[in-house]
Design a binder for this molecule. Structure first.
Ligand SMILES: Cc1ncc(C[n+]2csc(CCOP(=O)(O)OP(=O)(O)O)c2C)c(N)n1
Ligand SMILES: [Mg+2]
Length: 694
């Protein structure tokens, strides 16, 4: 057997055989697909093998065991590393009901189908698509961001559920990352918060291989990463040879011995072969090696040069005896402990069970406020804060916070015992994310994956700062919750830097994201009802800074229509309307005012409140026809935002009263007048639409 120039001195033959199996599976899969990144899996195989085989507390037979260690591959382009591990460790598949199946998460055939349509082995690891993948990675920096959320969740779960004699939660979160991850701002934000919170259950393993896609990392990345992380309050250790299993073992042990702060292990490695003189460029540049290079690589590893997808006898058994046996023992002990716990603490055990299945506790909607008609009304951020506080008392695993805007977003949980999540109070329900929107998004995702109902809040305009994480929440089909206040030019004096324009259109374009912009306090209640019952979709709740009237629901229809995304709020006294006025959020009352004025003039109008386009799209054709009859061509849409997208509802004769420019800094009334958001303007638009449709 040939070893590298930096021989794995203490490696047993089986260790090396296993490591090279991971490497050659990655090489062969990428070569067959003629696409992908073989270099990172080749370089990282020893570190990953050592972690999985010796340290990871993970039972391949039960991949959703709540106290399993989490393994995050933040450098998702190294996906074949993860697929090889899932296959070799024999991780089983889990179905949509969270039932473990008698089939592998990834088979050898799946590996042969790397990057092919409908395979279990897509280009980058996808949560929910492939069992055992703890989070979707690929957009660099997100995975390590998620890992901080998982570590927060681990601390929170321990604080809430561990009882004397019952240590239910003590899992660790291990994340692999590369230069790209550590260059991304989201990783820095997340690391800064993790250091502040002293998350000692978190370990990042940094593949310091000195290259990125374009070439040497020094072209753009020369800072002292170790010093930077020390500055964040992390413990930093160094492994100077990524093939040295002893050194790897020591560094992992050092992390486990520490635990008073997060750990960064800087792993000096060589992309590709794993040996300095053999650093090949193609692997570093994210391409298949090519047939000739594949043969050379195999020769270098002492592998049969013509063998493809070779898994030598004994390798899978070796994993079974290592991670498999250790994981099963730990998990069986835990299950037994949980059984006893269920008897001693039945209520807590039931809560855990519900959480794990993304179910709500009984009485989750107890004591929700309802709001009497009020012409002056209340800002939807205010009513939402009341509803959130009621809901969070009923559902103990609602945990979240804002990016330093609690007093503005009204998302602080104020009831007795809610508490602040801090390094000395990991049971707190209020998380202070600091001014770190992007990390907040990634962290909320990580907490949500860990089965908390996590939320993050900021001004709507700053949703731009976290869009990549919102998008991933939608892709992962997780019920992460994003609360956005100050939702339009209606915020007034802060001006155009803070006034969202295109954000509604932009978030509506994300597939699977449920966006709700309620019109009044009672719509807020209904919006929250919808949100709480989401299990596999993220939600964005978009709220006003300014007061909006609370509609008289004895005069207009019930707010329960929110669940259908759009509903007739006020209708023409008899028969078909001459014109339909549609709006969301704070513009609905302008339509109601206009409706009354038009009625007085004998023009039959209908008002459609449309808090959620995508919920409306989920309704059937009959409902669409009921709310927006095809025959009514005169239609007006009113929204203090870019008109982009409204044409699908107003049609060719319709008029959109929207924003065609950025806003302006001025008191609310002046801004609304300047940009034409008055009920008289809506009446004008209605006349125009009627004229156009004739
Ligand atoms: C946010 C983001 N930007 C760009 C890319 C494209 N990309 C994939 S790998 C890579 C290079 C990353 O370098 P490094 O993390 O050092 O990985 P290595 O090549 O060393 O495995 C880039 C730019 C990406 N996946 N995500
Ligand atoms: Mg690199």
């Amino acid at each position: 057997m040939v070893t590298s120039e930096h021989p794995v001195a203490t490696a047993s033959q089986l260790d090396l055989l296993s490591i090279n199996t991971i490497r050659t599976l990655a090489i062969d899969a990428v070569q067959k697909a003629n696409s992908g990144h073989p270099g990172a899996p080749m370089g990282l195989a020893p570190a990953a093998y050592c972690l999985w085989q010796q340290f990871l507390r993970y039972d391949p037979e039960d991949p959703t065991w709540p106290n399993r260690d989490r393994f995050v591959l933040s450098n998702g382009h190294a996906s074949m590393l993860l697929y090889a591990l899932l296959y070799l460790a024999g991780v089983r598949a889990v179905n949509a009901k969270y039932e473990t199946l008698d089939e592998p998460a990834v088979s050898l055939d799946d590996i042969k189908q790397f990057r092919q349509i409908d395979s279990k082995t897509p280009g980058h690891p996808e949560y929910r698509h492939t069992s055992g993948v703890e989070t979707t990675t690929g957009p660099l920096g997100q995975g390590v961001g998620n890992s901080v959320g998982m570590a927060i969740a681990g601390k929170w779960l321990a604080a809430r559920f561990n009882q004397p004699g019952f240590e239910l939660f003590d899992f660790n979160v291990w994340a692999f990352c590369g230069d790209g991850d550590l260059m991304e701002g989201v990783a820095s934000e997340a690391a800064s918060l993790a250091g502040h919170l002293k998350l000692g259950n978190l370990c990042w393993i940094y593949d310091n291989n000195h290259v990125t896609l374009d070439g040497p990392a020094v072209w753009s990345f020369t800072e002292d990463v170790a010093e930077r992380f020390k500055g964040y309050g992390w413990s930093v250790s160094h492994v100077t040879d990524a093939n040295d299993l002893n050194a790897l073992t020591n560094s992992y042990n050092k992390f486990l011995d520490g635990k008073d702060r997060p750990s960064l292990i800087v792993l000096d490695s060589h992309i590709g072969y794993g040996a300095p003189h053999k650093q090949d460029t193609s692997a570093a540049h994210g391409e298949a090696l090519g047939e000739e290079e594949v043969r050379l690589a195999k020769k270098f590893y002492g592998w049969p040069e013509d063998a493809k997808f070779l898994v030598p006898d004994g390798v899978r058994e070796h994993f079974r005896d290592g991670i498999g046996r250790r994981g099963r023992d730990l998990r069986e002990k835990w299950r037994k402990r949980f059984n006893d716990y269920s008897k001693a603490h039945p209520e807590l055990a039931q809560q855990l069970d519900r959480m794990q299945h993304r179910e709500l506790p009984q009485g989750w909607d107890r004591n929700l406020p309802s709001f009497p008609p009020d012409a002056k009304g209340v800002a939807t951020r205010e009513s939402s804060g009341k509803v959130l506080n009621a809901l969070a008392q009923n559902t103990p695993w609602i945990v979240g916070g804002s990016a330093d805007l609690d007093t503005s977003t009204k998302t602080h949980l104020k009831f007795e015992g809610a508490g602040e999540f801090q390094q000395d109070n990991y049971g707190g329900r209020n998380i202070h994310f600091g001014v770190r929107q992007h990390a907040m998004g990634a962290i909320v995702n990580g907490m949500t994956i860990s089965k908390l109902r996590a939320f993050g809040a900021t001004f709507f305009n700053f949703s731009d700062y976290m869009r990549p994480s919102i998008r991933l929440a939608a892709l992962m089909e997780i019920p992460a919750l994003f609360i956005y206040t100050h939702d339009s030019i209606g915020l007034g004096e802060d001006g155009p830097t803070h006034q969202p324009i295109e954000q509604l259109a932009s978030l509506r374009a994300i597939p699977g994201l449920t966006l709700l912009r309620p019109a009044d306090a009672n719509e807020v209640v209904e919006a929250w009802r919808v949100i709480m019952q989401l299990r596999h979709e993220p939600a964005a709740l978009v709220l006003t800074r300014q007061a909006v009237p609370t509609f008289d629901r004895s005069k207009y229809s019930s707010a329960s229509g929110v669940a259908k995304g759009a509903y007739i709020l006020a209708d023409a006294p008899s028969g078909m309307p001459d014109v339909i006025l549609m709006a969301t959020g704070s513009e609905v009352y302008l339509c109601v005012d206009a409706y009354e004025k038009l009625n007085a003039e004998g023009i039959k109008a209908r008002v459609v409140s449309m808090p959620s386009w995508n919920l409306f799209e989920h309704q059937d054709d009959d409902y669409h026809e009921e709310v927006l009859p095809f025959s009514v061509k005169a239609r007006v849409a009113v929204e203090q935002a870019a008109p982009f997208g409204w044409s699908q509802y107003v049609g060719p004769h319709g008029v959109v009263v929207g924003m065609r420019s950025f806003g302006a800094s001025a008191p609310l009334k002046d801004v609304q007048k300047k940009f034409g958001f008055t009920s008289d303007q809506v009446v004008e638009a209605a006349r125009e639409a009627i004229a156009r449709s004739r």
